[in-house]
Design a protein around this ligand. Structure first.
Ligand code: ATP
Ligand code: MG
Length: 402
């Protein structure tokens, strides 16, 4: 029987059928349904043209109308519905020169990338499977629909998608498809970095991430990923250290570490991947923390400066590198015991200090505030205004004498 996300969408198929067209569930949702995996969103394919769909559904958005995709809003749900189409001539190895709308489901399934992704399901749960996708799923195999050299030649991104699915599903790649990855990998040069990054990050989160990164290396695909051209050995080390408890940030930090990048090179490398600035900054921070951690263990001051989240991230990567099981208890313990977790919790302000010292603002103020902060963190003085005032006058007398 078909599950909830499909059930909710059955009336959408029915409305299209009642208007005299065909409509099916297609793509990843059908694959995941057969695999028994959780289904995120259902994709629908239909023989109706976008304009015909707009007559059936009052609320739509033209999300990709030039490719025949519109977004249909229906009873609180929204569904991407794509008109059956065929694609012709990929002279740039990434986009068809022409998309033609067609009325045949089979032809639509034929243009799809892998056999497991080229199935359809009708509203009653019957599977339409002209390219033996079910068999491929049973054998845990990823195979292109038709000749892999041709299919990768049409759209080189499919090569990265193959490896990404290998990682996500822990499948293997069928022999001729695998051989084609090595033969055609140079075509990845034609693919926009942003699209490579999306696939690479999905791959890094999959259960088969180690094998997938290894395959990128062995097939030569790695040479066409940003900043990795000359780094086959580093990537090999990277794949062997990757563990399942890694989130994306930790994976990036490990990669940067294995590449042996200097502080100023880290940002350049991550920019090549066109990652958002905030993410680049975070990876950079955690990478620095990792380098510190390899020199010294955590203490209160280091945990305070790092912040709990980044410190834990760095510790996870550290443990993987040291091949020890990761315990974050020590970091959490240190963090719990911190008298303040953030500078804004300090019970004195710059104004207090200026009035106590009777001095105008200047660079001295920042230094004193930092000293106060350090002393509060290490417990040398309680975080109370009066006590800090006394401590400060003693501190000044002492440093005045020196
Ligand atoms: P996910 O679970 O990651 O969404 P998916 O298989 O649904 O996986 P999508 O990118 O959402 O992947 O694409 C939906 C469907 O469109 C695919 O299952 C496949 O049939 C088809 N498709 C997507 N990208 C391509 C491509 N580059 N070439 C051919 N067919 C594609
Ligand atoms: Mg999808």
């Amino acid at each position: 029987m078909i599950g909830d996300p499909f059930k909710q969408a059955v009336p959408v198929l029915e409305l299209i059928e009642n208007a005299g067209f065909e409509a099916y569930f297609v793509g990843g949702s059908v694959r995941d349904h057969i695999l028994g995996r959780e289904i995120s969103d259902v994709d629908i394919a239909t023989s109706a043209l976008p304009e015909e769909l707009k007559e059936i559904f009052p609320k739509t958005n033209d999300v990709g109308i030039e490719h025949g995709t519109i977004l249909v809003h229906y009873y609180g749900g929204h569904y991407e519905i794509t008109t059956f189409r065929s694609e012709e001539n990929y002279s740039d190895f990434r986009r068809p020169d022409k998309v033609s709308f067609i009325r045949s489901l089979k032809e639509d399934l034929q243009r799809r990338d892998f056999t497991m992704n080229a199935m359809a399901m009708d509203k009653d749960g019957n599977i339409i499977d002209p390219f033996a996708g079910k068999e491929a799923i049973k054998n845990k195999q990823i195979a292109t629909v038709g000749n892999p050299d041709e299919r990768f030649g049409e759209d080189a991104l499919r090569m990265l998608r193959a490896v990404r699915f290998q990682s996500q599903l822990s499948f293997s790649i069928e022999k001729s498809t695998l051989e084609s990855l090595a033969a055609q990998c140079h075509l990845l040069e034609n693919i926009a970095v942003e699209r490579k990054t999306v696939e690479f990050e999905k791959l890094l989160m999959g259960t088969g991430r180690r094998e997938a990164v290894q395959l990128l290396s062995e097939s030569g695909m790695i040479r066409f990923l940003p900043g990795l051209k000359e780094h086959a050995d580093a990537v090999k080390r990277f794949s062997s250290q990757l563990t399942e408890n890694f989130e994306l940030i930790e994976s990036w930090v490990l990669l940067v570490f294995e590449l042996g990048l200097k502080d100023n090179e880290v940002e350049d490398f991550l920019r090549q991947w066109k990652l958002p600035v905030s993410k680049i900054k975070r990876i950079n921070r955690v990478h620095s923390l990792l380098l510190n951690r390899l020199e010294k263990d955590w203490d209160m001051e280091r945990v305070y400066k790092a912040g709990l989240e980044d410190a834990i991230c760095a510790e996870i990567v550290y443990s993987s590198l040291q091949k020890i099981s990761c315990s974050t208890d020590k970091i959490k313990g240190l963090h719990d015991r911190l008298p303040i977790k953030h500078r804004k919790e300090l019970n004195v302000t710059g104004n207090d200090v200026m009035s106590w010292m009777d001095k105008p603002p200047g660079p001295w103020l920042r230094l004193i505030l930092e000293e106060i902060e350090r002393s509060v963190i290490t417990g040398a003085v309680p975080n109370e205004k009066e006590k800090i005032k006394k401590w400060l006058s003693a501190f000044n007398q002492k440093s005045g004498k020196n």
